[in-house]
Ligand binder design. Sequence first.
Ligand SMILES: Cc1cc2nc3c(=O)[nH]c(=O)nc-3n(C[C@H](O)[C@H](O)[C@H](O)COP(=O)(O)OP(=O)(O)OC[C@H]3O[C@@H](n4cnc5c(N)ncnc54)[C@H](O)[C@@H]3O)c2cc1C
Length: 415
Amino acid sequence: MRHIAVIGAGITGVTTAYALRDQGYEVTVFDRHRYAAMETSFANGGQLSASNAEVWNHWTTILKGVKWMFRRDAPLLMNPAPSWHKYSWAAEFVRHIADYRANTIATARLAIKARECLFALAARENIAFDHQTRGILHIYRNRTGFAHAARVNALLAEGGLDRRPVTPDEIRTIEPALAEDYHGGFFTPSDSTGDIHKFTRGLADACERRGVRFVFDAAVGPIRHTATGVEIGWSDGRAKSDRAPPPETLAVDGVVICAGVASRAFAATLGDRVNIYPVKGYSITVHLDDDESRQAAPWVSILDDDAKIVTSRLGADRFRVAGTAEFNGLNRDIRADRIAPLIDWSRRLFPAMSTERVTPWSGLRPMMPNMMPRIGAGRKPGIFYNTGHGHLGWTLAAGTAEIVAAQIRATLPPV
Ligand SMILES: Cc1cc2nc3c(=O)[nH]c(=O)nc-3n(C[C@H](O)[C@H](O)[C@H](O)COP(=O)(O)OP(=O)(O)OC[C@H]3O[C@@H](n4cnc5c(N)ncnc54)[C@H](O)[C@@H]3O)c2cc1C
């Protein structure tokens, strides 16, 4: 039986490991943390959203970015300090404006397929992840935003998605908890939400039951080619350098890089260019401790396109609010001035919900300049990628895992 290593136990790594095991491979997953889903797949916006398939490569994103550049609470923030990677990535992002239409349609198609894969996995393995199937509601405060969304709708429809315009009155009926007035909205009944962390941990357990081996606390590197395959080197991520045990190695037939924002560095050592930039985002989890807050928080998932904020109701007593895009390298600090707008927004839209107990979090979206995940073989034999899912990794991962597993099967059959 051929043996494949997967680097990374986030949502992309664990779905990939499951798909490979299902195809009959021996699979070993490595992660530098002690548990699965401890980095970007920890506390994201929770939306399984084909309706959010629009890629960001559009002139309006650039104009908004420039306008917001010096506002510390802006939804999009670029640290202007010089960095070759940041500015070359931005230049490539601009070049891909030409692909906006095709990539938005392709992402919608992939998202629809991927959610079918994810629902099937959850049902097959009986994974509880606070899944809410009440749809996603996009809200707009002015005519300009609504008109742009109508143009996006035509592309989503080409990708096969049914997202319909709704009036201010319909918005109030769909989600009565929403305060403030809106120009209009779009509603996607087939979209849903859930806890990415619970799902990934549940699927990792299922993988183990099916015979996948997990090596945690393992800082992987280097990955080398040998005459017969690939050699994975790793050291104990917890060890102090003066008392560290010698690095360990494992010989495998192939490897899939699913290392989130670290994938770019791995690719560089393997002769591939996977130009991922870490685009930081923040979330808050509002703990709905009293009855009034539980009543006042919405059940339908909201996407506020002007504020670039998304929400998910994670069971009766948790409400997740996420957003902002910050270009500041691998910095993971949780900044108070970036968390405050999420709390203010929640107070304005859901005034009777208490924000007394709120857990803040930050994560790094592994973002390609064309906003499309990198799926498939590298230059050298036995090297594969399933990474770079950006702002839609939770939505897309179960689908891209199937794609990469099928490609591996075509070049390196399991037996
Ligand atoms: C604020 C925010 C909100 C979001 N909201 C949504 C949403 O609503 N819907 C949606 O679809 N997506 C959303 N996303 C995007 C989604 O969360 C990500 O695309 C997804 O979690 C990325 O998963 P991953 O497996 O690629 O990366 P990760 O989850 O980061 O996993 C990579 C793993 O690789 C491991 N690793 C890296 N280097 C090494 C090494 N050297 N050795 C060993 N292990 C290593 C890491 O420890 C990590 O566990 C959001 C992201 C953010 C930040």
